[in-house]
Ligand binder design. Structure first.
Ligand code: FES
Length: 111
């Protein structure tokens, strides 16, 4: 049974993404994107760490989220940026899918 616990925020129903692969969400005061890739759902910061482009307008394929502005892409397992770029990795946050909804687990960087 889904439940609220300290450090978790309910993002919405389990089918929040519908048939989309990238959806913007707000968790508390944090603007994030939910990304579905190969059946897995992960949350990421919404602003690209390069120049702040809106990653909810990006594209997800092959385990990577591509930024719509300069087309750098981010690995959805560790956030690392594609070769040729030298800025920091994208921050990722785990999402739990339960019968009662999608839950974001906050870590120290978001809490
Ligand atoms: S703003 Fe995202 S790659 Fe430049």
């Amino acid at each position: 049974m889904a439940e609220a616990r300290p450090g978790r925020i309910r993002l919405g129903p389990p089918d929040l993404l519908g048939d989309r692969t990238v959806v913007p969400v707000v968790a508390g005061r944090h603007h994030l994107v939910l990304v579905r890739d190969a059946g897995r759902i992960v949350a990421a910061e919404r602003a690209c760490p390069h120049e702040g482009a809106d990653l909810s307008l990006g594209h997800c394929a092959g385990g990577r989220l591509r930024c719509p502005r300069h087309l750098a892409s981010f690995d959805l397992h560790d956030g690392s940026v594609s070769p040729g770029w030298s800025f920091r990795a994208l921050r990722l946050f785990p999402v739990e899918v339960e019968a009662g909804g999608l839950w974001l687990t906050l870590d120290g960087s978001l809490a």
